[in-house]
Design a binder for this molecule. Structure first.
Ligand SMILES: [Zn+2]
Length: 292
């Protein structure tokens, strides 16, 4: 049961030794029990009930994301809108409503096109797994500010949402993928858990996207100046898929093959997030122990 649930740190060898004790401890951490490595009654009861639950989920294996609502925001739009709006509710800091984004220095393809292409592919992948996907836009000819995009997600009561962008830099050498996450206290909610879950979500998705694309990872940037974060009351992060000012990444980002790799990674990331990270504090604790 421990092996099938993924708590085995290596190969369980049929002997009650260090390997199995480690697996028992991993499970106990996950289940919020004292991690003593002993398969006592409380541990066995919790294990059996988790196992039964997992097995009943497997019968719906073709729809593992059923019941989940994910928001996707393909960044920008064909024409920017430089009217101003507050960075977050009640803020005197004013930001442009929405810009038209960057563009491929070599391909000439606008960022808003790549963002939508990847988002539509990701929507299909997530829907095929049973998720309900809410998009901020499905065409380029919209006029939706960043605050409005966040409010669309709040109203749709999404479990979380991902803003999909590509970056530009003055330096053509700069390349790689990264995430933006909201800073503490910069969202439209007083619940600190929403910001914490945003960071954990970004870590999960970025790691998964790295595995599938083998892109260079530039890490996670904490930002308090993003209107899309400032108006959100649900977990959110922004993926910067790569740099459209770097020759290699610009050519990569417009291809079907590379876009599919990004989508595959993000889909696996969402599966990890929703299946194992319902309670991300337990998950992070468990994961750190597991990987130790
Ligand atoms: Zn952008």
């Amino acid at each position: 049961m421990l092996a099938e649930l993924g708590f085995d740190p290596g190969d369980i060898d049929g002997i009650f030794g260090a390997q199995l004790e480690k697996a028992v401890r991993n499970f106990q951490l996950y289940a919020g029990l004292g991690a003593n490595g002993v398969a006592d009654t409380a541990t066995m009861d919790a294990l059996k009930s988790r196992y039964d639950e997992a097995m009943s989920c497997n019968t719906q294996a073709e729809q593992p994301l059923k019941g989940v609502v994910i928001g996707l925001d393909p960044g920008h739009q064909r024409t920017g809108n430089s009217d101003l709006e507050p960075e977050r509710p009640g803020s005197s800091e004013m930001k442009k409503k929405v810009s038209s984004g960057t563009a491929g220095r070599f391909t000439g393809v606008p960022e808003y096109v790549v963002n939508l292409q990847v988002s539509i592919k990701l929507k299909k992948a997530l829907e095929s797994l049973g998720a309900q996907v809410v998009m901020t836009r499905e065409t380029h000819d919209v006029d939706i500010s960043n605050a409005e995009r966040a409010m669309m997600m709040n109203r749709a009561n999404v479990d979380c949402w991902l803003r999909i962008h590509a970056n530009g830099s003055d330096n053509p050498e700069v390349h790689g993928m990264f995430m933006l996450v909201p800073a503490v206290g910069s969202m439209a909610t007083d619940d600190p858990g929403v910001q914490e879950r945003s960071v954990a979500l970004a870590e999960t998705l970025l790691q998964a996207a790295q595995s599938s694309t083998v892109a260079k990872i530039l890490g996670i940037q904490t930002r308090s100046d993003q209107t899309g974060f400032g108006w959100s009351i649900v977990p959110v992060c922004t993926l910067e898929m790569g740099h459209m000012t770097n020759k290699d990444e610009d050519y990569q980002l417009v291809t079907e093959t590379y876009q599919n790799k990004i989508v595959l990674g993000l889909t696996e990331g969402f599966l990890t997030w929703f299946q194992l990270a319902m309670d991300h504090t337990v998950w992070r604790f468990y994961r750190d122990e597991f990987l130790a």
